[in-house]
Write a protein that binds this ligand. Structure first.
Ligand code: PLP
Length: 389
């Protein structure tokens, strides 16, 4: 028998990390120690408030029925009140929708609005979901928005052809480049979307992982943004709850209604107890200051960042300290797959930039999701490799 995959699956790009993953797996089987700086999954635990409320809420028998696929009213209230405290934006509960992780929302918003042949503006390099699920799996046409170092990895809107574009994805603080934006840039982005009648899907999954004096804004702080925007948030990185699958989308009511229509056909919302836990975690914000556990986590990431970036610079690379996210984006000035393979041979796994799009070539991404000692050890290994002929 021969069950052929649908054409849209055949159009998905090849999985470039397969070879690297195979080598990593083989090395681990042989007992070789690999320091993994490749995945974006925090090694830090969820805060106590999350662990304690999971125990409490999961043991409540009332919390195990189906939930509403757009989210329980108490959860949407909690999000609305968090947005008021954190970004000073006003949202009614029909301007909030609960997600089974922000990835789910990014996929389903595109499913709700992209028709076959529509153009989807996708940053490059980027989190691959925008291109693969947003454009390809909806038979859309993916148009890259090059994010170049010379533009601080921001979109050059003047060079972007908005013709027949239906949706634009953008993500700041950015994975993988760790670039950030200010409100002046957000204003230009919103104007571009409004002038060209484009749905703006703004991925703010890393809004709470910020360092030094930087604090990521919401694009909904920009006047008029709500007319064209849905912004995506995630509890995965904020509360170290990647496996608990909860996030939310906020913004334009009509766009969220489209997303809700798809969701009502394909999922039944995150478990009620997880929504209760996430609501409690969001309520730990008293104002626009990060709560204590986040301050602590961000201090840990920024210390790791300092160690990695200063080592890379002393080895001879040129690398700036990122102001947000737990990624360091290094210009390795050579083929990214070859560079990553060389590091892997020396016991350090990083992600080759080409896996994030063609403009990611010549870069690799380091994740700061290992303890300080392991990052120091990784730096020693890279130093040793760089001295080898
Ligand atoms: C930029 C970006 N957006 C969204 C997500 C998805 O997060 P989640 O689905 O866990 O909320 C990720 C995960 O790595 C990401 O890097």
């Amino acid at each position: 028998m021969n069950f052929d995959y649908a054409d849209r699956i055949k159009k998905l790009p090849p999985y470039l990390f397969a070879e690297i993953e195979k080598i990593t797996h083989e090395k681990k089987l042989l007992g070789i120690d690999i320091i993994s700086l490749s995945i974006g999954d925090p090694d830090l635990p969820p805060p106590e408030i999350v662990i304690n409320s999971i125990k409490k809420e999961a043991s409540d028998k009332q919390n195990h029925n189906y939930s509403l696929s757009q989210g329980e009213p108490f959860f949407r209230e909690a999000v609305s009140s968090w947005c008021k405290k954190r970004f000073k934006i006003d949202l009614t509960t029909d301007e909030v929708i609960c997600l089974m992780g922000s990835k789910e929302g990014l996929v389903n918003i595109a499913r709700a609005f992209v028709n076959s042949g529509d153009r989807v503006l996708v940053p490059d390099p980027a989190y691959p979901v925008y291109n693969n699920s947003g454009a390809i799996l909806n038979d859309g046409i993916s148009v890259p928005i090059p994010l170049l170092e010379e533009n601080k990895f921001l979109p050059d809107l003047e060079k972007l052809d908005p013709k027949k574009a239906k949706i634009m994805f953008l993500n700041y603080p950015n994975n993988p480049t760790s670039a950030i934006v200010d409100k002046k840039i957000l204003r230009q982005i919103v104007d571009f979307a409004k002038e060209n009648n484009i749905i703006l899907c703004y991925d703010n999954a890393y809004s709470e992982i910020c360092f030094d004096d930087y604090k990521a804004p919401s694009i909904l702080e920009i006047d008029g943004a709500k007319e064209v925007t849905v912004e995506f948030h995630s509890c995965s990185k904020t509360f170290n709850m990647t496996g608990d699958r909860i996030g939310f989308a906020i913004g334009n009511k009509h766009l969220l209604k489209g997303l809700a229509k798809i969701k009502s056909q394909v999922d039944s919302g995150p478990p009620v107890y997880i929504q209760k836990v996430a609501a409690i975690a969001l309520e730990s914000y008293k104002n626009d200051e990060f709560p204590e556990f986040l301050k602590k986590n961000n201090a840990i990431y920024s210390k790791r960042r300092d160690i990695l970036v200063s080592s890379l610079n002393s080895i001879g690379f040129t690398c700036e300290k990122p102001k947000a996210t737990f990624y360091v984006w290094l210009n390795c000035e050579c083929n990214s797959l070859k560079f990553a393979s060389k590091l892997l041979e020396g016991g350090v796994a990083v992600t080759p930039g080409i896996g994030f799009g063609k403009y990611g070539e010549n870069y690799v991404r380091f994740s700061l999701t290992q303890p300080e000692q392991r990052i120091k050890e990784a730096c020693n290994r890279i130093q040793y490799l760089s001295n080898k002929p």
